[in-house]
Design a binder for this molecule. Structure first.
Ligand code: TXA
Ligand code: MG
Length: 313
């Protein structure tokens, strides 16, 4: 494809030039693909919201190469440092208090006092971030409320020709958005992900709650429908007729045309990785209904159930 660019020095410098002109590109991360823009620039941020058709009240995550750049924009504390040391770079997003003198566009964090920040692990996006003089605002590269993309071709599936530069970093290895933890006010998980509240609790040596109130996400949660393939989804099913796509998990399910197994070996990590790919595939096969079996509700299963619940609204 003409608009897909592999990770090479010349392509990275092309990407850099586009971003410096406050234009938008699509980028890989280990969680999902995103739409990236200069976080200092109001005009970049406006372009992102417009392209995604995203409500302005839903703030973006700012992506950094490392902690040094972050210090200009947010207050950090012991808790942050402990988690940063253990989980970053990686699929964990921290909500912190924003500094008054920060240059981050206030449109990017919906004019809140807090700011969400992440240090992605994917090598391609890290190579790019390292070369820039500004952090990147990167929401997932899907039209608001659709399923998130996990490959360059998924980005084309979402935006077609509206994005003319997609940096290709291979398929996202995690396949589900980062865990969002608020360290601003009470410590709590705002969006579950593959880094579970249990893993975080172990590091902080206390119980971490997972917010149930979608409102607290200020958030895609405000939109009830989210991560949705645009087809009715029924959860906790035991079976499905042949016309219905049947999403299953574990050994006991027989193969069939309409059966999509997230992990026949029963691995939640594998299931997370396959979830969005499967939903997109089912949508493109033009199924009219989806039934999903019960998925275990522990560890990564919490994140999978969270996305399925939102997709089913
Ligand atoms: O894995 C990810 O986090 C991906 C990749 C591209 O890095 N990005 C992503 O961004 O999922 P997005 O925009 O699709 O989701 C951002 C989430 C939303 O739920 C938003 O409400 C929350 O982060 N968020 C952002 N800023 C916040 C803030 N200041 N307070 C609370 N929640 C915030
Ligand atoms: Mg998103």
């Amino acid at each position: 494809m003409k608009n897909i660019y592999k990770n090479s020095p010349s392509n990275l410098s092309k990407a850099k030039k586009i971003l410096e002109k406050n234009n938008i590109i699509a980028v890989p991360t280990e969680t999902v693909y995103g739409l990236a823009g200069n976080a200092y620039s109001n005009s970049s941020i406006k372009k992102i919201y417009k392209l995604k058709k995203r409500p302005k009240k839903n703030p973006l995550i700012i992506h950094y190469y490392n902690i040094k750049e972050l210090r200009k924009d947010a207050y950090i504390d012991e808790k942050f440092l402990k988690l940063y040391k253990k989980f970053s770079p990686g699929p964990l997003t921290y909500v912190l208090r924003k500094k008054k003198k920060s240059k981050i566009s206030s449109l990017a964090n919906a004019k809140l006092k807090s700011i969400a920040v992440r240090f992605p692990k994917n090598i391609t996006i890290r190579n790019l971030l390292k070369q820039l003089n500004f952090p990147l605002a990167i929401p997932s590269a899907n039209i608001s409320s659709n399923v998130s993309p996990i490959s360059a071709s998924d980005v084309i599936d979402e935006f077609g020709k509206k994005i003319n530069f997609i940096l290709d970093g291979g398929r996202s290895t995690i396949g589900l958005e980062s865990t969002v933890i608020s360290l601003y006010g009470k410590t709590k998980i705002l969006r579950p992900g593959v880094i579970s509240h249990k893993k975080i609790g172990k590091i902080l040596k206390k119980n971490i709650s997972v917010s149930k109130k979608t409102k607290e996400l200020r958030s895609p949660g405000l939109l009830k429908k989210h991560y949705s393939p645009g087809i009715p989804i029924k959860l906790n099913c035991k079976k499905a007729d042949k016309k219905t796509a049947f999403i299953v998990f574990g050994r006991k399910y027989k193969k069939a045309g309409n059966v999509f197994n997230l992990s026949s070996g029963g691995s939640l990590k594998e299931a997370a990785k396959n979830l969005y790919k499967t939903l997109r595939k089912i949508k493109n096969l033009k199924y009219k209904k989806i039934n999903v079996v019960k998925i275990p509700k522990h560890n990564i299963g919490i994140a999978i159930n969270d996305r399925l619940r939102r997709a089913s609204h």
